[in-house]
Design a protein around this ligand. Structure first.
Ligand code: UDP
Ligand code: MG
Length: 312
């Protein structure tokens, strides 16, 4: 254990990345060695089923600055990052993906901005290579919607690759919530933020664990944890429908008093019943989205469980 305080902590969530680790460390280590700072690389093994853990241990034995947190199972990237933040001791902390989609060389720029006095330096994608048009479109829409719906501004095209000053890390550690939408939390804290631009590379090898269903749920997490507009919109919807119903009632009364009762009305009755039924189910579903998240919070379970740690 070295006695000099760690300046830079790099957090790498690892889930089935055995084919990328060697090259990752090669690039990462050459960058941090250039910086001439004391550093640690915290790898969070998020329940990988391949040989990632064994590979990480080999790297840890070679370079003691590489430390490992082995979680008890797969908890997902957001939780893996949280575990890394809890263990990191550096004055600056940088989470980075292990598939080399975030170029390690950019760490030099991030650290340079940090030394200028910024507390959060996020890396914004200028381009997204190796991503389909559909993925780009859905990402664009997501940032638009969440930007409109929540009071905090989440910088678009920005992943978790960013530099966080110690004071920001401490602020994030104060947030106990279980539904961890990291991009939102990182923005929520405020402080002096700035960005650097980069081109996002395609994944080196292996394949992403994200599919559209997961991304959809991720987007819902973001929206429901950072906005209560979906809850409020139903009061206005209800008001609007009530007003329309009132107008229709007046119309019916007038018509009945002029031309008398007209028995047929099957279609309009069915339309009204189905429409209102649908609206009510949607609004119940929205309440359910919040209720489920509240349930997760009140259970107060630990965010993650650690099986072993290496190097701490
Ligand atoms: N990851 C993780 N746990 C998971 C899924 C992914 O720790 O359950 C890690 C993964 O090893 C990688 C990072 O999160 O370092 C980003 O994952 P991925 O490349 O699959 O996501 P994308 O780049 O497509 O957003
Ligand atoms: Mg990736």
């Amino acid at each position: 254990m070295s006695t000099n305080p760690v300046v830079l902590s790099i957090i790498v969530p690892v889930y089935n990345e055995e084919s990328n680790l060697d090259y990752l460390f090669q690039r990462l280590e050459s960058v941090v060695q250039n910086l001439n700072l004391s550093y640690e690389i915290i790898c969070v093994n998020d329940g990988s089923q391949d040989n990632s853990l064994q590979d990480l241990i080999v790297h840890h034995q070679r370079n003691s600055a590489i430390k490992i947190i082995n979680l008890s199972r797969n908890f997902g990237k957001e939780i893996a990052l949280t575990a890394g933040l809890d263990y990191a001791r550096g004055q600056a902390v940088i989470p980075i993906d292990s598939d080399l989609q975030d170029p390690p060389e950019l760490i030099l720029d991030l650290v340079a901005k940090w030394k200028e006095g910024y507390d959060v330096v996020y890396a914004t994608r200028r381009s997204r290579q190796g991503e389909t048009a559909l993925k780009k479109l859905t990402a664009f829409l997501f940032y638009r919607v969440i930007g409109k719906m929540s009071k905090i501004s989440i910088p678009p095209n920005t992943g978790d690759f960013r530099l966080l000053d110690r004071r920001v890390v401490e602020a994030i550690k104060l947030m106990p919530e279980r539904t961890r939408f990291m991009k939102g939390l990182f923005s929520w804290v405020g402080y002096r933020q700035t960005s650097v631009l980069f081109d996002r590379d395609p994944r080196l090898s292996g394949k992403t664990t994200w599919n559209y269903w997961k991304l959809w749920n991720f987007a819902l997490d973001g929206i429901f944890t950072f906005s209560s507009i979906p809850l409020k919109v139903w009061s206005y919807m209800g008001l609007l429908i009530s007003c329309l119903a009132l107008l229709y009632i007046v119309f019916l009364i007038v018509r009945i008093s002029i031309i008398g009762i007209e028995v047929p009305g099957y279609a309009s009755t069915i339309v009204a019943v189905l429409f209102l039924g649908g609206i009510q189910l949607i609004s119940l579903g929205v309440i359910g989205e919040y209720l489920g998240r509240i349930y997760d919070e009140v259970k107060q379970r630990p965010l993650y469980l650690v099986r072993d740690i290496y190097g701490f």
